[in-house]
Design a protein around this ligand. Sequence first.
Ligand SMILES: NC(=O)c1ccc[n+]([C@@H]2O[C@H](COP(=O)([O-])OP(=O)(O)OC[C@H]3O[C@@H](n4cnc5c(N)ncnc54)[C@H](O)[C@@H]3O)[C@@H](O)[C@H]2O)c1
Length: 212
Amino acid sequence: MTLLVRAGVDVRLTGSPGTTHDDVAEALAELYVAVFTRRGDGEAEHAENIRRVLDVEPDFAPDNSGDLTIELLNRGVPATYLGGTEETTTGGLRLRETPHELGRPVFVINDSRLKLLVENEFGVDQSVVQGFLNATNLMAPGVRAAVLGYGPCGKGVADTLSRLGARVSVCDIDPMRALEAILNGHRVSTTAEVVADAQLVFTATGRPGGAG
Ligand SMILES: NC(=O)c1ccc[n+]([C@@H]2O[C@H](COP(=O)([O-])OP(=O)(O)OC[C@H]3O[C@@H](n4cnc5c(N)ncnc54)[C@H](O)[C@@H]3O)[C@@H](O)[C@H]2O)c1
């Protein structure tokens, strides 16, 4: 945001429900970024924020989750629109699975091997495990944890919990990822079986629901 503002770009920004840090949003607003997001926003406020950000008819939309790009498709892509970027696994999946005629490039940053290794595997792993243990005051050794999805995020979480002494069970519907989890020492079974005796359940499938 800071770089774009310094380059003279008219920047509008929104966040995701429940994740905005209001102090950061205020600091960005002081830098002349038009900020439409508050931590307490629900889904309705978020949808309104998306609309207000897109009212500027952007030339470029760096997105995180697909919300901006999908709303652009719904309302009609401005003639001047050049394309965008998409940060997440989930947003990339949404864009690939939504039939559309965007006619502009969207670079899925999540496809980068660097991002998958550094952020999804090691970054998400540390913040999920550390955040969870801090919030619950639990000790990891001996706890029974189920991890659903053994992509980069689930792998990071499962492997770290295991290194900390937790007893980890994994479910992944992709047989190669299930095999990788076995080779890394985890018990692997169906969702129903791995959650049956789990004290902790972590989901990292990138999709709602999910019995595998
Ligand atoms: N900073 C962040 O907050 C951050 C960063 C990266 C990823 N993410 C999110 O974390 C999630 C996982 O990311 P990833 O890169 O590991 O995704 P991924 O798609 O590579 O891996 C997901 C795994 O879940 C498995 N899966 C799908 N449906 C399943 C089901 N019903 N039962 C069992 N397994 C199932 C898939 O086979 C796959 O191996 C996504 O929602 C992503 O957007 C968040």
